[in-house]
Design a protein around this ligand. Sequence first.
Ligand code: NAD
Length: 257
Amino acid sequence: MTVARVNDTPPALEQISAWLESATRVVVLTGAGISTASGIPDFRGPQGLWTRDPEAEKLSDIRYYVSDPAIRRKAWQARRDSPVWQASPGAGHYALARLEQSGRLHTLVTQNIDGLHQLAGSADERVIEIHGTLRQVACLQCNYRVAMAVVLKRLADGEEDPDCPECGGILKSATISFGQSLVAKDLARAEQAAHDCDLLLAVGSTLSVFPVAGLVPLARKAGARVVIINAEPTAMDEFGDAVLMGDIELLLPQLIV
Ligand code: NAD
């Protein structure tokens, strides 16, 4: 594990723990790295899905999804076979649930679509799933929305590209793909939380996807301390009061006892 502080003496782990201990409005921003220990690969890490297979990125692009039935069929197979359905929360998810129980967590903004924070005990009303959820399906044309299990049953019954039972439109997991806008009220809530927090903790993200990555400089400029934990450098390290490089599932339980 490496601890760094840009342009200053590196703080000790105990110091970062003390910052967390004394904070009263912590905003946590999580990315795919908090779920790799649960068996769900990230996209951009050294073993990430897109690092190994750049073509796989097309499955997350709405332009390919709406125009190419072959991409939709592949996307439905990937959803059916997703490791999310077998995954349990890890030590990092549980540490963040403890932070909430201690009364210090203001909001948890997650880029993850796996629902593991809630399974670890984080309250729904504190979690903003800023890139949506794999556990629901939405129609791209109308307001039809249903549990993923319902549509995966249609897949099991032989459909390869199930359509909307109400309007015949294209169905997709209720996740935000490239080319789709974030839900405006979720983004506004996340930005307000980042503005109001006294400490922002970013965990397991390359911090390269905007507008979410912008929450880091936003919090910093509004006066919050910023702590970044990731296995490799991130695009926002320059804003960190502390940048911890190492395994989340080892570091977070040490910081949040
Ligand atoms: P990313 O793939 O861009 O980055 C993940 C980062 O976590 C990498 O830098 C990697 O080195 C680091 N990492 C991986 N395992 C780690 C560990 N055990 N300890 C410390 N660091 C670790 O992820 P992102 O920035 O969150 O963006 C990817 C997008 O893809 C997100 O928007 C998300 O919606 C989606 N996604 C979600 C999931 C999920 O729900 N679990 C999984 C993959 C991708």
